[in-house]
Structure formats: C-alpha cells, structure tokens
Design a protein around this ligand. Structure first.
Ligand code: SF4
Ligand code: SF4
Length: 381
C-alpha cells in the first residue's frame, strides 16, 4: 500500500467537475419514474408466495429485520445537525487537532466502525439538492431543497462497516448484510456525531444523505474507486458500507492511498461480466456520461444505474453480485494477504484473476441455513 499525495481518481479528471444532484441518483429517479423501490418490495412478497430459493419468508424477514434500526435512525437523526442531549453549556476550550483526531478514531472504533479516516471536505462531493429517496427515509428536508454544508464544516470523518462474506455469497438471493450494514452505519454516524456535539462542536451524521460517500472515503485514505463504482478497500474489497460525519471540530486529514485498484480493474472486469442487470461497463474508461445518473469530467466506467435498479425490481430484492465476484472481496486470512501483496503491486494480475475464477471464489452459494418449511398461509384479516 502506498500513501499518495492525491487520490488516485485525480489523474482521470479530464474536465470541470460539477456537484451532482441527488435527484439524479438511480434511487431517486427510480422512485420518480416508476416507484421502483415499492415494486421491488411488492416482488419480494411474491417471492414469499413462490417460496423462491434464497427469497423465502425467512430470508425476507431477515432482510427487513436487518434494516429496522436504520429506518428509525435515518428518520430522526441523519442528514441534519445533531443537537447535544445534555451539554448545551460548555465547549472543549483548546482542542488539539492531532490529539482529537486520535480520540475521534478511537471513539469511532468503539462505537462500531471497522475502519475510520478523516478528509478535508471537498464541496464538490456534496449534492446540490435533496432527492426523493433520501427525503423519504430521512425526512430531513423536502425533495428539491438545496443542500449547503456551512463552510465551518471543514472536515468529514468517514467510517467503513464490513459486510459478512458468507451472506454476500448468496446474492442475488436475499443477502441481509447490506441492511444490517446500513443499520451499523446509521448507528455509528449518529453516535459519533453525538460525541462531537456533547464536546460543544457541530456535527452532521449521514449515510447516503447529503453527498457522494465514495470519493470522500477515497480522500480519507480508506480505499480506491473501482470499475463497479464502489469503494474497494484493502481489507474487505467492496464488501463495505460507508457512513460519514461532517464537523467543525479541528482534525488532521489522512492521506489517500494507492492499493493498485486502478490497474487491476483495467485487466479484470469480472463485475461487468457477471452483472445480471448489464449495468456495468467492460472496456476502457470514458468521460462521457451514460445518462443523467453519471457526472461527466472524469474518466471512469459509468454505471447504468437504472438498469441496475430494474434488475433489483425483477429480482425482488437488492443485488450484491458485483461485490460477490470481485477478486478483492476476500476473507482476511494469511493466504489472501499474501495474494493481495501481488495485487497491490499489479504483479501477476491476470493470473490472480484466472485463479480466482478457477477456484470458484465468486460463485453464488445458494444455501438454506435451517430446516424450516418455508410454505406460507394467508393471515386472517
Ligand atoms: S448491484 Fe447487481 S445489477 Fe447492480 S451493478 Fe451490481 S451486479 Fe449489476
Ligand atoms: S470485479 Fe474486477 S473490475 Fe470489478 S471492481 Fe472488482 S477488481 Fe475491479
């Protein structure tokens, strides 16, 4: 792993980057253009009736259970300034940035983050306006309201939350790790923001709200952006969820890192090959947008967000196939750490990709973890 002066996406910038509008994310467009999120959930209930493998009533219930805390926290705390609960009188008088950075990272890990980094807030990553999806769940604003993070919030603390390896292997069957991951992300961001607020400083916790998490995580030294548009981390690959806290507490930013993802993705493309929605690109990077859900001005592999969402609707649950098949998605053990040393240096990349396929790492595992008969009966009204 190399510590670098600028994030590895910088060399791919070809034009003027502009702030992105949350109304143009796949989630927001899907809600406006066809209520796709509701359709996906309607289809999840049809899957219960059909007793579809990996999508039975037991799988469905696990999925929704995982999300419970996220729904409550988002509705009450995310995307807005945290109000201190007890201390509204005192403020830490002489916060030392280096010491406070250490303390913030300790608290983040104590609260439940698997990794944490700090970045100087780049206003380019803040959405211009609220989109309907984030409004529906957070109720922090109205759709179309402008977003401005006040200039005192100079820093963003970014946390990553590992999702379990075995559950991700079951995708595109129901995998509840995304959902429990969101719950952990909501819990961690709001709890860390409360810590900062009780010190007398300002803090806004967010998960998907307010801005694009992936470049913020890259800026905070937590990984690099891959072909699939996801954050590729050193220890968990793309198998993570991200949360963030914007703050005026003085902190020292981390440096970005280079773990070899850019060159690796140029040779790999397994995510695009296996994407069931045909939403990911093979071939070279482009700086042209596929549609309104991409920003121009940077060479990358634009995601066809609506194609992805259409697959989720058809599937009756979300999808993590691109995470499942990525060679960086590995359990953290000695063997994989040894292979990672080659991957990071872009040595034997083609061999690593071929071996990954031959050894069946990215294959779906369809397993029923219990013997309960999944047949259902209609509940009497
Ligand atoms: S989530 Fe599924 S459909 Fe969407 S890009 Fe990833 S693999 Fe493709
Ligand atoms: S599957 Fe391959 S191309 Fe896609 S993000 Fe992972 S390493 Fe990059």
């Amino acid at each position: 792993m190399k510590i670098v002066n600028e994030p590895t996406y910088t060399k791919h910038i070809t034009g003027e980057l502009k702030r992105f509008d949350d109304r143009n994310t796949g989630f927001s467009r899907g809600a406006v253009e066809g209520d796709k999120y509701t359709l996906m959930h309607d289809n999840s209930v049809l899957n219960i009736e059909k007793q579809a493998t990996g999508k039975t009533i037991l799988d469905h219930a696990t999925w929704v259970a995982g999300r419970t805390v996220d729904y409550v926290v988002r509705r009450n705390l995310l995307g807005r300034d945290i109000v201190p609960i007890y201390n509204r009188k005192y403020r830490l008088k002489h916060p030392d940035s280096a010491t406070m950075t250490k303390i913030i990272k300790e608290k983040a890990r104590w609260i439940g983050a698997d990794k944490v980094g700090v970045a100087k807030l780049n206003p380019l990553w803040i959405y211009t306006h609220w989109g309907i999806q984030n409004v529906t769940y957070s109720r922090a604003a109205e759709a179309g309201d402008p977003i401005e993070i006040p200039s005192e919030y100079k820093t963003v603390i970014v946390m990553i939350h590992e999702m379990g390896y075995s559950a991700i292997q079951q995708s595109p069957g129901v995998e509840p790790e995304t959902d429990i991951g969101y719950a952990k992300a909501s819990w961690s961001a709001s709890s860390l923001a409360t810590f900062i607020a009780e010190l007398g400083f300002r803090a806004i916790p967010a998960v998907n709200e307010l801005g694009i998490s992936i470049p913020m995580a890259v800026d905070a030294g937590l990984g690099e952006m891959g072909r699939s548009g996801q954050l590729i981390t050193r220890d968990y690959g793309p198998r993570v969820r991200i949360s963030k806290v914007f703050t005026d507490l003085p902190l020292i930013p981390d440096s970005p890192i280079d773990i070899g993802v850019q060159k690796f993705c140029e040779k790999c493309a397994l995510c695009a090959k296996y994407c069931p929605g045909r939403a990911l690109m093979t071939g070279e990077r482009t700086d042209s947008a596929w549609d309104a859900s991409n920003s121009p001005g940077m060479l990358k592999w634009p995601i066809k967000a609506m194609k992805c969402f259409d697959f989720w609707v058809k599937n009756g649950t979300h999808c993590s196939v691109c995470i499942r098949v990525c060679p960086w998605n590995k359990r953290s053990n000695l063997l994989h750490k040894m292979v990672r040393a080659f991957a990071e240096r872009n040595v034997l990349t083609n061999l690593i990709i071929q071996a990954d396929q031959l050894l069946g790492y990215g294959k779906q595992v369809e397993e029923c973890s219990n013997k309960q008969d999944p047949s259902v009966t209609v509940i009497d009204p």
